[in-house]
Design a protein around this ligand. Structure first.
Ligand code: ADP
Ligand code: PHD
Length: 448
């Protein structure tokens, strides 16, 4: 049995959904299907999830949301009309929106319920379409599938018992279409995963049904060794380990959600990234162990939008509990951090810029000054992180030398270097404006 997840780009239009149906019909093992909401049809287009978020925000600010709702309804109507199936889903969307807004849920839960409408409606559309083609198919709501999650709006975590419920799906004879991106708390509240979270649903379902393979269909032939939006025609990666892919996704390979590997990894389900527009291509396979390759580096990922909170204090190394107190302040303010490179008398905390609003920044700086009495505390925004990843790196000499040579060629100053404890990755912090030049130079150094 295979679980196939189709991303936003794969379900963006009727034309794409026809390809999806062909892929499902092509292999009778593809019995459980997980779908995203319709994504972008072109670079300028807007994802349905973003339209729904705009709708939710309009409601929250007390504005009229008819325009945003109209855009969502039009997207679905154009799909159902072109596929020649009923447009009943548009009536259901209108009813869903009204029932969410008239509920007594918190704003955060209302927004999650609105966001989920994209996936939920598309799953209904796809199952109707498969039935219209003569297949036995059914839409299955995540609650009925048994996908139970923690009560953390916008960043739910799966509850372990879900896997047992999902295992029962093996008994189904028909093709089951499950909307991705959300689950339900034990007391019945709808909560979404973080953005891009349909990948997570796919992985959870694959682990739950103990699938032979989790196929993740997207709009590229494979995972490339660098982001194809930075380097033209980069080399394809044929196989990766879970560890490598997790590091690369976390560091910016947006093709697969970084949290989506854990369920598949724990259940030893191989993951294959494939292209809906070229389904017979080999794609990229992600497994626990792979044959050693000549190149110890498999990929170079990058992401911007980070800041460094720098704190220095003479004799910090001897002050018991300094790091704990600093991180406690962040925890109190609900700020998560990414890395903590340190020196003898100084410590930097790397944080996503979106985590530290100006108000929170003021509180954090004031508390650090009052509670830790540092010599210096400052914040540097506009940073990018670049991660070089490969399981073979820990036994190879000279990786850092090659990397720093590339930064020199690109004329990019290094703000920070950090070797992950697992030695599977090497991370560099630079100013965001240099990121593309640096990635191109690194690609040349390691892959050309
Ligand atoms: N290293 C990479 N390899 C392949 N694609 C990448 C990589 N880094 C970023 N991407 C981007 O990820 C996109 C696919 O992810 P996404 O847009 O989330 O797809 P989907 O719509 O299927 O969910 C690609 O179109 C590509 O622009
Ligand atoms: N539609 C949701 C979830 C998702 O996974 O989408 P996509 O498959 O388009 O990345 C989002 O945009 O976040």
């Amino acid at each position: 049995m295979k679980v196939a997840k189709f991303g936003g780009s794969s379900v963006a239009s009727a034309e794409q959904l026809r390809k999806v149906a062909n892929i499902i019909m092509d292999d009778s093992d593809r019995r459980v299907i997980v779908v995203s909401a319709p994504g972008k049809r072109s670079k300028e287009d807007t994802k349905v999830t973003d339209l729904l978020i705009a709708l939710g925000e309009a409601y929250k600010s007390g504005n009229d949301y008819e325009l945003q709702l109209k855009l969502v309804l039009e997207r679905f109507k154009s799909i159902t009309d072109e596929l020649g199936i009923s447009d009943q889903v548009t009536t259901e969307i209108r009813q869903d929106v009204e029932s969410v807004f008239s509920s007594n849920y918190s704003d955060a839960l209302k927004l999650d319920a609105i966001k989920a409408i994209g996936e939920d409606s598309l799953a209904k559309v796809l199952s109707d379409y498969l039935i219209s083609l003569g297949l036995e198919a059914t839409y299955l709501n995540p609650k009925d599938a048994g996908i139970f999650v923690s009560d953390e709006p916008g960043s739910a975590q799966i509850l372990e018992e879900s896997y047992e419920h999902l295992y029962k799906l093996r008994e189904r004879k028909e093709i089951v279409v499950i909307p991705g991106f959300f689950g339900y708390t034990k007391d019945g509240k709808l909560v979404t995963f973080s953005r891009g979270g349909s990948d997570i649903t796919g992985s959870i379902v694959a682990a739950g049904v103990d699938a032979d393979l989790y196929e993740n269909f997207t709009d590229v032939d494979s995972v490339y060794c660098v982001n194809p939006n930075i380097v033209e025609n980069p080399k394809e990666i044929t196989s990766l380990t879970y560890k490598e892919m997790r590091e690369l996704s976390y560091a910016g390979f947006s093709v697969f959600h970084d949290e989506a590997l854990i369920p598949a990894f724990k259940a030893s389900i191989p993951v294959c990234i494939k292209n809906t527009n070229n389904p017979h291509g080999l794609g990229t396979i992600i497994v626990a162990k792979k044959e050693t390759s000549e190149n110890p580096v498999v990929g170079i990922a990058s992401d911007s939008g980070f800041l460094s909170l720098y704190v220095s204090k003479y004799l910090m190394n001897r002050e018991l509990g300094f790091g704990r107190k600093l991180l406690n302040i962040l925890e109190d303010e609900g700020i998560s951090f990414e890395h903590t490179p340190s020196g003898i008398d100084d410590l930097s905390v790397i944080i996503r810029e979106s985590q530290l609003t100006p108000t929170k920044e003021e509180i954090v700086i004031r508390r650090i000054k009052e509670e830790l009495d540092p010599d210096t505390v400052n914040i540097e925004r506009g940073l990018a992180l670049i991660m070089i990843v490969g399981e073979g790196m820990n036994s190879t000499i000279g990786i850092a030398e090659k990397a720093t040579r590339a930064f020199t060629h690109a004329n990019v100053n290094l703000e920070m270097i950090n070797q992950g404890s697992s030695e599977v990755s090497l991370m560099f912090g630079i100013k965001a404006e240099g990121v593309n030049a640096a990635v191109k130079a690194l690609y040349q150094e390691f892959f050309e």
